[in-house]
Design a protein around this ligand. Structure first.
Ligand code: MD3
Ligand code: FE
Length: 216
């Protein structure tokens, strides 16, 4: 490969589509305004893991179902764990982008019923895991990144598989479908001072990730 283009080519496994900088800073701020509304209706919480400790990141959800974790395990629930109110609906601003990019990626229609809002503080991370609580893995997951860069790790179908690391930047949209839907993945660290935008919902030094899913 020519050295000139070596930095531009990113090669990913089948089923991964990464739309770099798909959202302009103005798009990103408009979506974060909607995220602020969601957090107002459904406050951020730190779920307890079945094994005991609390998750390092705080989270909330929108959509008819939301992902939660407590001592009984992980699952999707129709209501917030502390307010008991239904989750607010998925903002049109994210839904339309997720649906058009899924179509653009050749994956057809996407009808998500759940959107997990992950808020990373400056020291936030996410250990290697699979998203395994959804009913039908034929549906992709669509992820949106905002704020500081994340060092993302994409692994194989087994925990011990080979991994690939790359940064996710604010405004990137990534789709995980096909054979990659069940790959292990995680976030190693957040890089402070790399965000191209500021917004009241972005924690100092932190990051927000939205993942749209079809839970049922
Ligand atoms: C690869 N969030 O919420 S998003 C999660 O950046 C989660 O906050 C990460 O993993 C974050 O569960 C990663 C990108 C992502 C989402 C789902 C995947 C990557 C994935 C499913 C399979 C393989
Ligand atoms: Fe995940």
């Amino acid at each position: 490969m020519s050295a000139l283009f070596a930095d531009l080519l990113e090669v990913f496994p089948e089923g991964v589509a990464l739309f770099r900088a798909r959202l302009t800073p103005a798009d990103q701020r408009a979506i974060l305004d909607d995220v602020a509304f969601v957090i107002g209706e459904a406050p951020l919480f730190r779920p307890q893991m079945p094994t005991g400790p609390y998750m390092i990141n705080s989270l909330t959800n929108c959509g008819s179902l939301g992902w939660i974790s407590d001592k009984r395990g992980y699952r999707y629930e129709p209501a917030h764990p502390t307010t008991a109110k239904p989750w607010p609906s998925i903002p049109e601003s994210v839904l339309t982008v997720a649906q058009s990019l899924t179509y653009e990626a050749g994956l057809g229609a996407f009808e998500p019923d759940a959107c997990l809002v992950n808020v990373y503080a400056a020291d936030g991370r996410l250990s290697l895991h699979r998203d395994y609580d959804e009913a039908d893995f034929k549906w992709p997951i669509v992820s949106f990144s905002f704020g500081n860069d994340a060092d993302f790790v994409l692994g194989g179908l087994k925990r011990s598989g080979k991994t690939q690391s790359f940064a996710l930047h604010s405004g990137d949209v990534m789709i995980l479908g096909g054979e990659s839907r069940l790959r292990y993945h995680g976030v190693k660290r957040i890089r402070p001072g790399t965000s191209p935008i500021t917004h009241p919902v972005l924690p100092e030094g932190g990051r927000i990730n939205l993942t749209l899913r079809r839970a049922r």
